[in-house]
Write a protein that binds this ligand. Structure first.
Ligand code: ZN
Length: 151
């Protein structure tokens, strides 16, 4: 059973990392919808059945507001929650840099833990290569939404 295997993987995560992921999964930040988003993009991870929709509001060169909705495993949804918290209010340039840094970390790159904050918790997922797509789904979806919003 894939779901049992996934739960077993999550149980193997470092306690601190797991606590942060579960906290965002149970108490999601910025989950819902924006009144008038500039762009909305839907991302799918068929491997795990994760869905994340990201809505963005851009003012000038700043990501003024962001919301996400979706369903799926705790890693995909908590990553979306952490992402919205990390990028809200940042400039588009800073947001794109963070997307690059986060996806590089998930591919095994060096971690600047000060910049990534809670996001570092997701680095524990790297030990399960099949789950990396769960963690990066929201980020690729945000990247696509920004392309539409800033076009
Ligand atoms: Zn997943």
């Amino acid at each position: 059973m894939m779901q049992e295997e996934y739960r077993r993987q999550e149980a193997q995560l470092d306690d601190l990392y797991r606590d942060i992921i579960i906290d965002h999964y149970r108490h999601p930040r910025h989950k819902g919808h924006l009144a008038s988003p500039d762009a909305t993009h839907e991302g799918l991870n068929p491997l795990c059945g994760d869905e994340v929709t990201v809505e963005v509001k851009v003012e000038g060169d700043r990501l003024a507001d962001i919301a996400y909705s979706g369903s799926g495993c705790s890693i995909s949804q908590s990553s979306a929650s952490m992402m919205t918290e990390a990028v809200e209010g940042k400039s588009i340039e800073e947001t794109r840099k963070l997307i690059g840094d986060f996806t590089a970390m998930m591919r095994g790159g060096e971690i600047d833990s000060e910049e990534l904050g809670d996001l570092e918790a997701l680095s524990g997922v790297r030990q399960f290569p099949v789950r990396i797509k769960c963690a990066t789904l929201a980020w690729h979806t945000l990247d696509e939404a920004l392309k539409d919003a800033v076009a």
